[in-house]
Design a protein around this ligand. Structure first.
Ligand code: HEC
Length: 194
């Protein structure tokens, strides 16, 4: 399909591309579209065949119901793992785990908001006293560190720390910092918890 436009037909060559019919002296020229437009046209046909084959005829790609199922399952998994610690994660009391918890406390800059020794500061609450805003069980503390409390300025650590590391830093708070009575301790917040 040689393009007459590209070949730059002059008025003199018009007879070559004349359709051959004539109505009251008005003729029609056979001027095919430029090659790039035809190329785009055939590419879209080619792609639509590949698309149809992938999603419908060969059924390789997921349809929208399957995509929905995959996404909602992924959501459920993320939500479940952030919600509560896995059954095997519990309060750790061994020296190794607690000192690793202490390292995580420093590394993750918990101290920026809760003080170097958990005494609390203008931002975050005291972590050494009997009072807790969100409960003092291992699961409570694990959940707070994991999910954070965005509106109150407590960071979520589930994307920064593995569940095992969250368990270690939670244990450090609950075992090592508990009752340490640091100087400059921030006034208690929340409910006393035994
Ligand atoms: C950007 C500041 C910030 C950082 C960093 C931060 N926290 Fe917090 N944290 C807060 C604030 C503010 C609260 C109080 C939330 C509220 O009032 O509900 C809080 C609450 C908590 C609580 C619940 C206290 C209670 O009384 O129930 C725990 C436990 C805790 N943080 C542990 C940690 C640990 C462990 C880290 C480091 C891994 C950490 N936080 C890092 C600001 C921070």
């Amino acid at each position: 399909m040689a393009s007459n436009i590209e070949k730059n037909k002059t008025e003199a060559d018009e007879h070559e591309i004349m359709e051959g019919h004539d109505y009251d002296g008005i003729g029609e020229l056979d001027n095919p579209p430029p090659r790039w437009i035809m190329a785009l046209f055939y590419i879209t046909i080619g792609l639509s065949i590949l698309y149809g084959a992938y999603y419908f005829w060969l059924d390789i790609g997921p349809n929208q119901d399957e995509v929905y199922a995959i996404k909602s399952e992924r959501h459920d998994q993320n939500f479940a793992s952030a919600k509560a610690p896995a059954a095997e994660l519990k309060l750790l009391t061994d020296e190794a785990a607690l000192s690793e918890g202490k390292a995580i406390y420093t590394e993750m800059a918990c101290s920026a908001c809760h003080g170097i020794v958990g005494e609390g500061n203008a931002v975050g609450p005291n972590l050494t006293d009997e009072n807790w805003i969100h409960g003092c069980s291992f699961n409570n503390v694990y959940e707070i560190i994991s999910n954070g409390i965005a509106v109150k300025g407590m960071t979520s650590f589930k994307d920064k720390l593995s569940p095992e590391k969250i368990a270690k830093v939670a244990s450090y708070v609950l075992v090592s910092l508990k009752d340490t009575k640091p100087v400059n301790a921030k006034a208690p917040q929340g409910e006393p918890c035994k």
